[in-house]
Design a protein. Sequence first.
Length: 280
Amino acid sequence: MVKPMKSLNSLIIAASMLFSAQAVAQTAACDALAGDAKATAQSVMRSAYPYDCCDDTIEKCLQAAKPCKLASRLADETCRLAKSGKTTEEIKHALDQRALVMASILPPAKISLSPEHVWGNPNAKVVLSVYLCGRCPYCSKHVPKLIHALENSSFKDKIAVNLRLFPIKSHENSSQAAIAVEAAAKLGLAWPYLLKSYENFDDFSLERMNEWAASIGADPQKFDALMRDAAVRASVVDAKKEGLTNGVESTPTFFLNGHKIQSTFDVESLVSMLEEALEK
């Protein structure tokens, strides 16, 4: 008598588990996932859909003979967020917010752009505008991380990061700090000054602003004069009004090609979105 094979159900379950593991392991960020993070990523990818390039779930799009780049990118994003401890609902919300920006569903905001406020290429087609406060502790930690990531990217000469001043009243000396950044901008040193001030965030004083300006090559007398220039102060006021008009409530707030990024600030997500925007 021929012995029956192992339970057919067991074989099906084993094959299903292997298939699921392979589906998640198709991108670098997903490859190392295990446990709850892996289960969360699988749950998202089985139910979330790309906003372009494929009409099926992320998981099924990845199983295509030639998976589209967006499906792989969203899978990477899903797995990275799952690894960081985000829940299924939080990841889906982040993907939905990304879709609003990248699919250009809403009309873009009107945001001023001048070369003196730009890090990168002032003529770039992809513009990341950031409303920030010179005395925002969150900005001081994360904006430099973003610039560092972009400096080490392969596309730093293809994008513009547009600095928009948005002093927050609850941050002590925010107005003076904003005026200092704008004064430095008039000397072509907005970003060097901003990063210098963030580097010394905990050692802030009104007297030290001139020292920081001099340390990055600004003419001390010109900088001091610009700090007292009514036109410089007016530029800060205009930037704040523009931010309020565009629905800015806190700093940093980012807009990609005029589309507000509603999800929580995340350097890796921003870099991924910039890469995607460059591919369009």
